[in-house]
Design a protein around this ligand. Sequence first.
Ligand code: NAD
Length: 356
Amino acid sequence: MTKKILVLAGDGIGPEIVTEAVKVIEVLKKDGLDVSLEDGLIGGASTDAYGEPLTEATLKQAKSADAILLGAVGGPKWESLDIAIRPEKGLLKIRAGLELFSNLRPAILYPQLADASTLKPEVVSGLDLMIVRELTGGIYFGQPRGVETMENGERRGFNTLVYTESEVERIARSAFEIAMKRSKKLCSVDKANVLECTEMWREVVESVAKDYPEVEVSHMYVDNAAMQLVRAPKQFDVMVTTNMFGDILSDAAAMLTGSIGMLPSASLDANGKGMYEPIHGSAPDIAGQGVANPLATILSVAMMLRYTLNEAAMADRVEKAVEKVLDQGLRTADIYSEGTTKVGTKEMGDAVVAAL
Ligand code: NAD
């Protein structure tokens, strides 16, 4: 059956980079990919048109789609608006509305770009790891929370780290499924020596592991994981962790690669439906200039092929095409270095299409 992809280009460089990613999808369609594309508005573009960053109609469109390809939202034009109608609210609303609890953040460093990292090339060159972050639970959502004034007049702030067994089980399953599609190695990150909630996390991960005997599972305390990520990141393949630990570790992992314009992401629900987007924002400083790097968005399409459309061979093809243009020495301004050829957004997209 034809799968439906909703394309939400958003603001700033969003429309420029999404145009290039759509070109890639169009090529694959000619080669048999059975998808149909629909457009919608999100973020500032939606606020301008409808007075809100995500309308109920667009959310309905998203619910009926199999996958969503998102550019980026936000920009100075909307920063003075009431917080309820700021572009970023559109993102939160769509993530919550679709129950996207599993956030996949790969950190891939192509050997061609090893110099972009602040770490030594031999430590990071060829890095390819996936952090699976729980996105809709944990301390960011737990109750009770707040700041109260005690009898002695001193203030007391508190948040609650809370997970149910079923919440841990579904994110663990999501991570095991991903490990099965990669090198069958999974590291679960917790703080089981101090936090009872994550002691239970570890037990649940162990029990889910019984359904995936082929996957080699390990457990690591978060402080050690942070240290290992900068010491020897290539020891990891898939990592799964809580919302807050994942927030911090995935940003650190992303920065190991040094190039924000290269990193895709996915957020999945329990049935594999997903929203795919680059990790960067709308880059208002370069919007409209035709210089943005479209590769993170094109690599988001590869993730969509792998995780929602179950077209692993096509995902490989897109990733190989990206490697090929890097091998050809083509670079957008953000990844440019001496001796390579500087190209714009459209030329980069065209080069990937040609390499496909
Ligand atoms: P940003 O990621 O947009 O930009 C940070 C820096 O990286 C800028 O110098 C930018 O030019 C550069 N950059 C980002 N993507 C690039 C690309 N593809 N090619 C070349 N260079 C690129 O972050 P910011 O400046 O902090 O935020 C700008 C706006 O984006 C804000 O309104 C913010 O709220 C929004 N934002 C949106 C998302 C999202 O849509 N998921 C994520 C982060 C920030």
